[in-house]
Write a protein that binds this ligand. Structure first.
Ligand SMILES: Cc1cc2nc3c(=O)[nH]c(=O)nc-3n(C[C@H](O)[C@H](O)[C@H](O)COP(=O)(O)OP(=O)(O)OC[C@H]3O[C@@H](n4cnc5c(N)ncnc54)[C@H](O)[C@@H]3O)c2cc1C
Length: 487
């Protein structure tokens, strides 16, 4: 068996994968005084949190994650001295804009009241009644969603029954069901539908409403920031802090079998169940292997990065105040696009998630130029080209946009998996996040981070609380290791 590098001799723990969760796991172990080495397959660290010159010199594009409400809201990241290592959050004027076919746009503002003023009159009070208590109670909700899920929910529910019941009753619903019963006008329904579509579930399916509620609450409570210089700066800050604690990272070192690793007391894997099955060989009992093999992956994404000669000429100029723009029109249109994806079809009019970071961070592009980050959902593993469909959607709400394009870089769902092996078929959440699998990832088990093999832990987004750049999966897995193999 080829042995992987073990530069300084023996380590207490090895982490496979230098994504945000792998780095969070390694930091947690190093903070507790354990020696740790991280093995990363790619040339550069960061997994889904990297920035590259994908189009032209001087244009810095976030290859995957770009907008970080979960990063700034992460109880784990909050405790780290990341600013000291170069991380700076930038809050755009408004978190989100949602252009509509009538030429106007709905703005999700930091203030609940200002947001509600932009909705149709009958929805203004309903919006405030729904969102104000959630925004005020974000710290409690954060403990429920980003905290140690199961154990925390019961005491939290006893202390905050009204907040959690209100949230739970809405969150458990489908986005379409909730939006149509709570709101009467298209403006509120559309913006809520767009946020809920981050679930990558059909909007008729429960609990897609939960994603809309959490993202809306985050916008009001802490904002949807981007990282100055690119998402890579969050990765670089995590890595620099890890190294300051004595942790080591080696790149260009894909691990193909756990048996190849130098002996350590614990191995933490920032990979998804399918990869774990191939890495772990016969270390996992056959019953557990069968359960892991039933783990489900969801739709993929098609990613498009653009270098532009100037800002996007949105028909609704207010869109230029927002870091993120949801391009998909009405609730019905977005629901149709997401439904098509689940039926295995590429949507004709995709729902496009777009970020325009360079409007707020001039370091991303040469003077006067702009970057655009956009993606849409497609069937898992889809190899087709959605460039034309994405550009047509943007052009619909910003006539003349195409004339500003200087260069493009596109990645299909299959390319995404080649770029980062954790994005199976282009699934960016490490597995479907529906009612069954959101709380029971990777399988139904008492501690989702502990694998039934001595010293083996799973620390990726295929464990709770799931997808997104928050590091909480890595933190909880490392805590489990510190209570277990690394006691
Ligand atoms: C297009 C796109 C847009 C996104 N937008 C956002 C966003 O705006 N905000 C947000 O919060 N999230 C976003 N995400 C999701 C976010 O990037 C992921 O949820 C997050 O990166 C998951 O972190 P992770 O550490 O679990 O896995 P990853 O970030 O995928 O890291 C896994 C790492 O493990 C490495 N690895 C895998 N197998 C091996 C092996 N055998 N040996 C060695 N190394 C290995 C990989 O190379 C990779 O570096 C987006 C993702 C994509 C693709």
């Amino acid at each position: 068996m080829p042995q992987l590098p073990s530069a300084r001799g023996r380590y207490d723990a090895a982490v496979i994968g230098a994504g945000p969760n792998g780095l969070a796991a390694a930091i947690t172990l190093a903070q507790a005084g354990r020696s740790v080495i991280v093995y990363e397959a790619a040339e550069t660290i960061g997994g889904g949190t990297r920035t590259k010159e994908l189009t032209l010199p001087g244009f810095a594009h976030d290859v995957c994650s770009a907008i970080h409400p979960l990063g700034i809201g992460s109880p784990f990241f909050k405790r780290l001295p990341l600013e000291k290592y170069g991380l700076e959050w930038i809050q755009p004027d408004a978190p989100l804009a949602h252009p509509l076919p009538d030429g106007s746009a709905v703005l999700l503002e930091r203030s609940v009241a200002t947001t509600s003023a932009g909705l149709d009159a009958p929805d203004q009070r309903a919006y405030v009644a729904l969102m104000e208590p959630l925004a005020d109670g974000w710290d409690t909700l954060a403990s429920a969603f980003l905290g140690p899920l199961r154990p925390s929910l019961i005491p939290l529910g006893i202390r905050h029954p009204l907040l959690l019941t209100t949230f739970g009753l809405h969150a458990i619903r489908s986005a379409c069901g909730m939006a149509r019963s709570v709101f009467r006008g298209e403006r509120a329904r559309a913006i809520f539908g767009g946020m809920s579509a981050h679930s990558m579930l059909p909007l008729e399916r429960s609990p897609s409403a939960a994603f809309g509620l959490v993202l809306g609450t985050l916008a009001h409570a802490i904002g949807w920031p981007l990282a100055r210089g690119g998402s890579q700066s969050l990765t670089d800050a995590l890595a620099a802090y890890l190294r300051s604690l004595g942790g080591e990272i080696v790149t260009e070192t894909p691990v193909t079998a756990l048996a190849d690793l130098p002996p350590t007391r614990a191995i933490l894997c920032d990979v998804t169940p399918r990869q774990l099955l191939s890495l772990a060989d016969d270390r996992l009992p056959s019953g557990y292997r069968k359960r892991l093999a039933r783990y489900r992956y969801g739709p993929g994404v098609f990613k498009l990065d653009l270098a532009l000669d100037g800002p996007i000429p949105w028909r609704a100029a207010d869109c230029l105040r927002a870091g993120t723009v949801h391009v998909g029109g009405t609730l019905d249109e977005i629901a149709a696009a997401e439904r098509a994806v689940w039926q295995g079809k590429a949507p004709e009019r995709p729902f496009v998630l777009l970020a325009q970071q360079s409007l707020f961070d001039p370091s991303r592009a040469p003077a006067g130029k702009q970057t655009v980050w956009a993606y849409c959902h497609v069937p898992n593993g889809y190899t087709g080209d959605m460039t034309e469909a994405i550009e047509a959607q943007i052009e619909r709400f910003a006539p003349g946009f195409r004339q500003r394009i200087l260069a493009r870089h596109a990645m299909s769902a299959a390319d995404m998996e080649r770029y980062d092996a954790n994005y199976i078929g282009g699934d960016i959440n490490g597995g479907v996040q529906d009612l069954m699998q959101l709380f029971t990832r990777p399988t139904i088990q008492l501690n989702p981070y502990v694998m039934p093999a001595p010293g083996l832990y799973l620390c990726s987004s295929s464990t709770p609380p799931g997808g997104g750049v928050h590091g909480m999966c890595g933190y909880f897995a490392a805590q489990a290791a510190l209570r277990g193999a690394l006691t």
